[in-house]
Design a protein around this ligand. Structure first.
Ligand SMILES: NC(=O)c1ccc[n+]([C@@H]2O[C@H](COP(=O)([O-])OP(=O)(O)OC[C@H]3O[C@@H](n4cnc5c(N)ncnc54)[C@H](O)[C@@H]3O)[C@@H](O)[C@H]2O)c1
Length: 261
């Protein structure tokens, strides 16, 4: 594999300052891409910027473009795509990664506030981003790639809170629709469904409720298998590369096998 597979390409990554987004950002930078790294947490982006300067060459660091914004806001999504175009002339890859976990509530315990917050960030945000990206890619006339991080909760109904599960199932539909609707324009749209990956997200109390402990984990191997952020970043970079040129609308489960029960 060429180390600079994405040289000259622009990549927008949401939720880029931590967890999987950070690993995906560094992986694309190492492969030569210009990365617009979008995150709501400006301090974490500053920290990532310092980390890159301390550990990587100027060739890599100069291609890192931090962008502070909340992806539940439509204008932020449009502006981040414009930022990529102003950097390289085109938007070539979008990675919808940012997301938040709720607790583990079933529907009877779900407040409108929690529902709206999770749907706005985890589903509406990626919809705004994909719409803005595809509009630009159609005009560019040379295709492009969209990779969206859903979850095993996007293919199984009961692995998280109802709002999270609905948002992630929605992402699968959104991305399959996009894959089919724009295949003749050379725009590919694929989905990565992680299982449990060691990040800040799962140190939060996702499984703290009685429902979470007793129902979500039921039938699952009690010796939970955890993956690393690099397991996800490798999958994302592969799907966005020309090596995956005939893969479109796929749901790639990256979970060590836990969802096979
Ligand atoms: N960690 C897991 O086990 C796991 C499993 C399946 C799916 N996922 C999904 O993977 C993705 C990444 O998760 P992670 O574990 O790396 O999370 P994380 O909490 O470690 O990092 C998420 C990043 O997104 C940013 N972010 C949150 N809300 C944002 C917003 N509104 N606008 C912009 N940025 C925002 C955060 O500041 C943070 O930097 C999410 O979509 C998550 O649902 C995670």
């Amino acid at each position: 594999m060429s180390k600079l597979e994405f040289a000259g390409k622009s990549v927008v990554i949401t939720g880029a300052a931590a967890g999987m987004g950070k690993a995906i950002t560094i992986n694309f930078l190492k492969n030569g891409a210009t990365v617009v790294a979008v995150d709501i947490n400006g301090n974490a982006l500053d920290e990532l910027s310092r980390e890159l300067k301390d550990n990587y060459s100027e060739d890599i660091v100069k291609n890192f473009i931090p962008f502070v914004g909340d992806i539940s806001n439509q204008e932020v999504n449009e502006a981040m795509i414009e930022r990529a175009i102003s950097a390289t002339g085109e938007i070539n890859v979008l990675v919808n990664n940012a997301g938040v976990a709720g607790h583990s509530e079933p529907i009877t315990e779900t407040t409108n506030e929690d529902w709206n917050r999770i749907i706005n960030i985890n589903l509406n945000g990626p919809m705004y981003a994909i719409r803005a990206t595809v509009n630009k890619m159609i005009k560019q006339k040379n295709g492009g790639n969209i990779v969206t991080i859903a979850s095993v909760a996007g293919i199984k109904g009961c692995r998280s809170s109802v709002a999270y599960s609905v948002a992630k199932h929605g992402l699968v539909g959104l991305c399959e629709h996009t894959a089919y609707a724009y295949m003749h324009q050379g725009i590919r749209s694929n989905i990565v469904c992680p299982g449990a990956i060691r990040t800040g997200m799962i140190s939060k109390p996702e499984l703290e409720s009685e429902f979470g402990r007793s129902r979500i984990m039921s039938g699952m191997d009690p010796q939970f298998v955890f993956g690393d952020t690099s397991d996800i970043s490798e999958a994302v970079v592969y799907l966005a590369s020309d090596r995956a040129k005939f893969i479109n609308g796929a749901k790639l489960v990256v979970d060590g096998g836990i969802s096979c029960n």
